[in-house]
Design a protein around this ligand. Sequence first.
Ligand code: SF4
Length: 336
Amino acid sequence: MFLFQKKKKAIGLFSGGLDSVVAAKLIADQGVSVTLLTFLSPFFSDKTESIASLGAKELGLKIKFVNLGTEHLKMIQKPRFGYGSALNPCLDCHIFMLRKAKELMNKLRADFVFTGEVLGQRPMSQKRSDLILIAQETGLRDLILRPLSALLLPLTRPEKKGWVDREKLLGIEGRSRKKQLSLAQEHGLQVYSSPAGGCLLTEKEFAQKLKILWQKWPTITPREISLIKFGRFFETLDGIIMVGRNQEENKNLMKLKSSVDYFFNCPDWPSPTTILVGPKKKDYIRRAASLTARYSDAPADKKVFVEYGNKKQGLKRIEIKKAIFSPNRKNGPESF
Ligand code: SF4
C-alpha cells in the first residue's frame, strides 16, 4: 500500500550570506517546505532586509523578518557566556536567535530548524561543544540541523527519520568558503552578502562607542544605536554629539534625531549636520556649534554663524570661532 508522507516543514535561519544561502538550497532541494527567517537589528547592515529578500526570491522560498529589539539589547549587556574579541556575545546571540526560530517553528507547526553554521568557522560559537550547547540551551536538541557540517555532527531527528537524506548533506569544517562558493556557482546562485558586511558588535571602534553610550544611558534604544553608526562621535559629560562626515551621513542623522535633540549647521557655508543628544547646557551648545564650524568650509580666521535648535523650540543663531584644536581636549576623548 502506498503511504502518503506529508511534506516536512523547516525554518531556516537566513542572514542572506553565502552559508545560509547554500544551506537553504540543500534543504529546499530535498523537497522540504522551507520558510526562511531573517533577523533585523541596528547592528546589522541597513541592506540586510533587501539582500535577504532578493536571496529568498532567487531561491523561490518564503521569508519572514523579525526585529531583534530591546530584549536582544539586554542580552548583549549581560551575556552568560561572555564576549568575543569586541562586544559580540556570539554564543548567547546564537542561542537567542535559535529560541526565536523555535517559537516560529511552533507557530508554523514546522518540523525542524536548520542553520548555515559551519563547524569551526568562528572561534566563539561554532566549536563542536558550542553547537551542542546551543542545541541544548534552546531546547531544540536533535531538531536543529546544520546541513553544511552535518556529516561531522551527531545524527539529528530529520536525518534519522528520513525527512532529509543525510547523504546529500555536507561535511565542511573551518573558515574556507571554497566549497560553498563552488556550490553556489553550480546552482547559479548569485545573491548573497559578503562575510565582511557583518555585525557591528564585532568591530572594536563601534564597541567602544557603544560602551560609552551604555555608561550614559543604561536603557538605550535601537534609535541611539543607529545614531552612532553615522558621523564623528564626541562626548559631553551626559550626552553625545554626532557630526556628519558627508551628505549621506547628514541625511541619516537628520532622520534619526528625536524631536528634542538639537541639530546644528552653518547657513552661510557648506557644513556638516551636527546632532546634540542629551541635556542642552550652554557649554554643550557652544561645543556642538564650534564642531559644526570646525568641519565646515568657513575660513579658519573668521567667526562663523551657526544655526541650531529643533522644530519644537524653533531655531536660534550663535556666532562662534571655528575650533582649530581638538575640541574634546578638555572634556573627553578625541572623536572616533
Ligand atoms: S556576530 Fe553579531 S549577530 Fe552574529 S552571533 Fe555574534 S553577536 Fe550575534
